[in-house]
Design a protein around this ligand. Structure first.
Ligand code: ADP
Length: 396
């Protein structure tokens, strides 16, 4: 059965077509610069990468091109072969704790949740509408970034603000990157050969979050009401004292929106280093002993270590620590700095394995006498979407 896994953002659309249940990727690609000039799309098929320019006026145009290319590359003969389209939907609030078949009710709910995810949910819905129009016979499935974290207890998801802010306005911790945390924690349990175990997952990409997972269920996570909370990120500040906001507004005369944008796009690694939000650029400057690049790295590592230590205690010990996403999968330097700081917990690195484990490799990077095994597990949110879509179609 052919299932399309889709991640639609405001100006980009990523896709992978799977043959299920084999989980074989037949073709994948990305449309970029949708709605702006110089549109471009990339297709990967049979190990080959093809780049093409196109006028990508809107998401429907991209979906039409995508369908044409699937037929052009002989991946499908006709549209009816695509039985399901799984969409990444960022915010399901506390209404969804798992993936669902998208019907009018789901669309209404996701629309109602737009105030909680003003940038992401509308873009995700545009993607859903475009595919509904292009492949009307396929079943559309919604996979929420927040769903995996719905198992958190109220002790962990409530903020110490007036309780009515929660009941009336939905102010609580939701958590994000759910499909990644679910994929990595279940893969780690598989590697450990144990269903019942405590796992800490460090998803370190340009956005980052840490999760504490017990017996396959999330019990706590570092992102909060929005993805801005938690660890230091590429361009987001992570946890800060909220009083900084009114203070900066007062002394700079900036508006709330301007300060919000800075905390989102010009803070984190970028804000401290003044170089870039990309860890590769910062690591290049560290080798030149650039003080602010070193400082950014230190702040980042500190914030990750703090959450690992916190979740280690919260879980009452940990059976496995995992690194994933762009930085977690590819930067031995960051992983070594983090693990070296965890010696108080008896966690120790194997330097050689750590250097080897990058660019898509999965495996152990801890020393044989480490109190906790540490794994690098490349994340795969797309396959999670395809799995959920396949399973919902089969159990319909
Ligand atoms: P997202 O999906 O949040 O955009 P990714 O998980 O793809 O992010 O991670 C992207 C980040 O990973 C980049 O910004 C970069 O900082 C980091 N990254 C990618 N490759 C490397 C590498 N070889 N060394 C260090 N950092 C890397």
């Amino acid at each position: 059965m052919k299932i399309l896994s889709v991640n639609a953002g405001s100006s980009s659309l990523k896709f992978q077509l799977y043959e299920m249940p084999e989980e074989k990727v037949l073709i994948s690609g990305t449309f970029e610069r949708i709605g702006i000039d110089n549109g471009i799309y990339t297709i990967k098929i049979n190990g080959e990468k093809i780049k093409k320019d196109a006028n990508l006026t809107n998401h429907s145009v991209c979906v039409d091109i995508l369908i044409k290319e699937l037929i052009n590359y002989k991946v499908i003969k006709n549209l009816d072969e695509i039985k399901g389209v799984g969409h990444r939907l960022v915010h399901g609030g506390d209404r969804y704790n798992k993936s669902v078949i998208i019907d009018d009710e789901v669309i209404k709910n996701v629309k109602e949740l737009i105030p909680l995810a003003p940038l992401h949910n509308p873009a995700n819905l545009i993607g859903v509408e475009a595919f509904k129009k292009a492949v009307p016979k396929a079943i559309q499935v919604g996979c929420f970034d927040t769903a995996f974290h719905q198992t958190m207890d109220e002790d962990n998801y409530l903020y110490a603000v007036p309780y009515e802010w929660y009941t009336k306005y939905g102010v609580r911790k939701y958590g994000f990157h759910g499909m990644s945390h679910k994929y990595v924690s279940s893969r780690a349990a598989e590697l450990l050969g144990r269903k019942f175990c405590n796992i800490i997952v460090c998803h370190l990409g340009s956005g980052g979050s840490i999760s504490a997972v017990r017996d396959g269920k999330c019990i706590d996570t570092s992102m909060g009401f929005t993805p801005n909370a938690g660890i230091v990120m590429g361009s987001r500040c992570g946890d800060i004292d909220y009083s900084i906001i009114p203070y900066i507004m007062k002394v700079t005369k900036m508006t709330l929106e301007e300060v919000d944008t800075i905390l989102n796009k010009k803070s984190g690694m970028y804000g401290i280093s003044g170089i870039s939000s990309d860890f590769r650029d910062i690591e290049a400057k560290i080798s030149e002993r650039d003080h602010r690049a070193i400082l950014a790295h230190h702040l980042f590592v500190d914030s990750v270590v703090d959450y690992i230590a916190r979740y280690y205690v919260e879980l009452g010990g940990c059976d496995c620590l995992c690194f994933t996403a762009g930085v977690g999968e590819n930067s031995p330097h960051v992983r070594r700095m983090i693990i070296d700081r965890l010696s108080a917990l008896g966690i120790k690195i194997n330097r050689q394995l750590n250097e080897e484990m990058r660019f898509g490799k999965e495996g152990l990077i801890s020393a044989s006498n480490s109190s906790v095994p540490v794994y690098v597990i490349p994340t795969d949110e797309e396959v999670m979407i395809a799995r959920d879509t396949y399973s919902l179609i089969n159990n319909k």
